[in-house]
Design a protein around this ligand. Structure first.
Ligand SMILES: C[S@@+](CC[C@H](N)C(=O)[O-])C[C@H]1O[C@@H](n2cnc3c(N)ncnc32)[C@H](O)[C@@H]1O
Length: 329
């Protein structure tokens, strides 16, 4: 009984945990402690924050296992060192910050449930450059974590010309090109996002093999039979089923015969009630898009088949996501 009550009440205050993590990341606590432990007063002085309040935040971060406290001095735990220090290969701070950006939408969940519509204001649809950057760097944090397993599950495929449709920061195209020196790739996306993709491509030294193409794949056709692989990563959850079939048909046209499509996305189980993250992500799409949602594996396979793909198979990357591969015969 006590356990059930604790579970229930924690569902009510779980957002306190999120806010403590947002504060720790955005005030720069972990960054400040990257070179070693410090006392609370010094941390407050260096961050320019109130000493009493800072002590409270630091203790809560200890309770969340993101800091240690020894003899009144605070230091990063391995989780914080691995994921919350800028420049670390597995850095996730941008992703945490992006989750905070989504807070204003989630506060309006009940409104979205009543109306069935996104709560994104018209003004937000003209994207704020900082928000675009936050979103792209967040995608980059996530993709860097997933790309190894994606490549492993994909197996060695002799692609020569890849289209990374809605490629965002280009992380997957870059990683696939790094693994395959004979490959050229095109990252296709809206103009503001590609500015950031170009920075990552340059950083990887791949400007000769990974290029960008500005476009809107809903409004424009893709070049015909121009690629032997098309990656559609985290795109289908933005749109409704008929739109997804039409996107996949465009991908089919863009592929040479024997070319492969690789759909990468979150996948719900048959009940639609699990895993936890995709069920919540579906609500996130309700809040932020006109018609997006998380989908079941079977739905995605059906769209691929309607778009003309054969030999469709699924490989799970983790409990929440999969690649679903199809061939143009
Ligand atoms: C969720 S992000 C995924 C980025 C990347 N594929 C990944 O998995 O990391 C979705 C991307 O699709 C792009 N996108 C969505 N609709 C688009 C459209 N109609 N035309 C071009 N790009 C689009 C967005 O701009 C964004 O960069």
């Amino acid at each position: 009984m006590k356990k059930d009550l604790d579970f229930l009440l924690e569902l009510g205050w779980a957002y306190w945990k999120s806010q403590v993590v947002f504060a720790g990341v955005e005030l720069g606590v972990f960054e400040l402690l990257k070179k070693g432990d410090k006392e609370s007063a010094e941390i407050a002085k260096r961050l320019g924050t109130d000493p009493r309040a800072t002590g409270m935040l630091l203790n809560a971060l200890v309770a969340l296992k993101l800091l240690y406290k020894k003899a009144n001095r605070y230091q990063n735990t391995p989780i914080a060192s691995q994921y919350l220090i800028k420049g670390a290969p597995n850095y996730q701070g941008d992703r945490i910050h992006h989750l905070h950006n989504l807070w204003v939408r989630w506060e309006r969940l009940q409104e979205a449930i009543r109306t069935g519509r996104s709560v994104v204001e018209e003004t937000e649809k003209e994207p704020d450059p900082q928000k675009v950057r936050d979103f792209m760097t967040s995608m980059h944090n996530l993709a860097r974590m997933k790309v190894k397993i994606l490549l492993k599950k994909l197996g060695v495929k002799p692609f020569h010309r890849l289209l990374d449709l809605g490629g965002g920061p280009g992380t997957y195209a870059i990683a696939i090109a790094q693994k395959n020196p004979n490959l050229t790739a095109v990252v296709y996306d809206l103009a503001p996002n590609l500015e950031i993709a170009r920075e990552f491509i340059k950083e990887a030294g791949l400007e000769d093999r990974v290029t960008t193409q500005v476009g809107n794949f809903l409004e424009e056709d893709l070049p015909e039979e121009a690629f032997d692989a098309v990656l559609v990563s985290n795109i289908l959850h933005i749109y409704d089923p008929p739109t997804n079939v039409s996107i996949l048909k465009k991908c089919h046209k863009a592929l040479e015969p024997e070319g492969l499509i690789i759909v990468h996305d979150m996948v719900l189980d048959k009940s639609g009630c699990a895993p936890l993250f995709p069920t919540f992500f579906s609500l996130n799409m309700l809040l932020g898009t006109c018609s997006g949602a998380s989908y079941r594996e079977e739905e995605i396979k059906e769209w691929l088949s309607k778009a003309g793909f054969s030999r469709i198979k699924t490989r799970f990357l983790d409990k929440d996501s999969a690649i679903i591969i199809g061939a143009k015969l």
